[in-house]
Design a protein around this ligand. Structure first.
Ligand SMILES: [Zn+2]
Length: 284
């Protein structure tokens, strides 16, 4: 069964880029007799607003998209995230870290000399300050938790490239080079000091819960895909296929952001645009 999802954060209006992603995911599933579902990524409780959520649903309906119930809300999923974290902790793959951004920056720069800091999907690659030979059995309650990538790679020696093309075809059958991959991402944070789950873990646990077979999302997330596939392996999940689409840009070539109100779907609706016009605008 083909199942795709659209997973907006209710922190601002949907713009053309969101519409493009939602339509692609919707049409991909419907064209193949599959299902399309919606997930509200409201993990950041300080920024998520129910008004935005209502507007998102209104815009999606106006675009002519239909989705299957239930809608999943990340704010209601703490127990599921906790379960996954506990499994990874019990497997000895996580370690506590209390480093500040500054600690990380200073340490990352030290061995390389000026300006040679390496960046991964989450910013500066963590230089492993808190990584140890052996971790205590007691999970601390007030620390961020990082994934020990080297250990994870021992538990999961091969990772398959899950990327496919926009027409659904597979472009390769590659096994990821684990050593290279580890070096390019570092020990990512999976649980924050505040106990809030990090994006990488939430998205993997939620895609599994919603039985997503194909993740359709922007190419800005492509560098995170191997992290997600590794996590799926460690948690015993079946990995979905990943389709990364182009990003919709403004006339100056800049990526659309939440604050680009001018490109919001509601603005186009006010100006009398039709859903077909929106499809044309994004090149569909
Ligand atoms: Zn640390």
């Amino acid at each position: 069964m083909i199942r795709t999802r659209f997973a907006p954060s209710p922190t601002g209006p949907l713009h053309l880029g969101h519409a493009y992603s939602a339509i692609l995911a919707h049409d991909f599933a419907k064209a193949r007799g599959g299902e399309f579902v919606v997930r509200i990524e409201d993990i950041d409780k300080s920024r998520a607003r129910s008004e935005w959520e209502n507007k998102i649903f209104d815009d999606l309906e106006w675009l002519g998209l239909t989705w299957s119930a239930p809608v999943l809300r990340q704010s209601k999923r703490d127990a599921a995230y906790e379960f996954a974290i506990n499994k990874l902790w019990a497997d000895g793959l996580l370690y506590p870290c209390n480093c500040s951004r500054r600690d990380i920056k200073e340490s990352a720069m030290a061995p390389h000399g000026e300006g040679k800091t390496n960046y991964g999907p989450d910013g500066i690659i963590y230089p492993g300050i808190c990584r140890q030979e052996k971790y205590s059995n007691q999970r601390p309650q007030d620390s961020a938790l990082r994934l020990d990538m080297a250990r994870a790679a021992i538990n999961c020696s091969t990772i398959q490239d899950q990327n496919i093309e926009i027409d659904g075809s597979r472009n390769n059958n590659n096994i990821i080079n684990t050593a290279q991959f580890i070096e390019s991402v570092g020990d990512v944070v999976l649980s924050r000091k505040s106990k809030e789950v990090a994006y990488h873990l939430a998205v993997v646990v939620d895609d599994e819960a919603q039985s997503i077979s194909h993740v359709v999302r922007g190419s800005d997330l492509k560098s995170s895909t191997d992290i997600h596939v590794l996590l799926q392996n460690l948690l015993g999940y079946t990995s979905p296929w990943y389709l990364h689409h182009k990003l919709i840009r403004d006339s100056a070539g800049k990526r659309l952001a939440k604050r680009d109100d001018a490109k919001s779907i509601s603005k186009f609706r006010e100006q009398g645009c039709s859903p077909a016009d929106i499809r044309t605008l994004v090149g569909l």
